[in-house]
Design a protein around this ligand. Sequence first.
Ligand code: ADP
Ligand code: MN
Length: 197
Amino acid sequence: DAAPVHPRRNPNIIITGTPGTGKTTHCEALAARIEAAAEGKSGDADAALTELRHIAVNDVVRDRNCHDGWDAEYQSWLVDEDKLLDELEPDMTSERGGCIVDWHACDLFPASWVDLVVVLTADTESLYDRLALRKYPEAKMQENIDAEIMQVLLTEAHEAYEPQIVVELASNTPDDMEANVDRIVAWVTQWRKDQGS
Ligand code: ADP
Ligand code: MN
């Protein structure tokens, strides 16, 4: 029998975590690596990255109207998850794959779309300082700190996906961030090797 063929040639990666844990910072660092790889500026080590793309889900929600309005008190969109999934489906189920998805939830994505879930975590003090800088309303601040302490995103990831595709990475310092990005890059390279793509 022929070996089963994976539906895509690049892995789809969800970068998730409580707001303020560093999703966008990590995704932007990855995007910079992807761009350097695409321009041929990086070594062979990064060559596997050229077909990856950062999907900032917040922008998709806003720009493609995947919401039922803005919650002014809570300072966030009332997300229409069905519409959001419809918008993301073409990219995430494409043969190219390679979506780096930046979003503070993960279990809405069908397991068949997802190859790796990175759950970023941060110490309470780091998170508090970061959210305070954002001037979050007090209720939203407290809710996010509680969610981080209760490991809500980690639990959500473990309930929705196979244990071997869920990784928890600490994001307290710039060094953590760099190590995490290196680790994700190495994982992508290995994944493509394993698929023979
Ligand atoms: P998220 O997208 O998860 O809400 P951001 O990436 O926007 O979080 O990061 C929130 C803030 O925390 C930013 O000011 C960012 O510079 C800072 N930050 C994120 N990750 C780290 C880290 N590992 N070390 C230090 N600061 C970080
Ligand atoms: Mn963000």
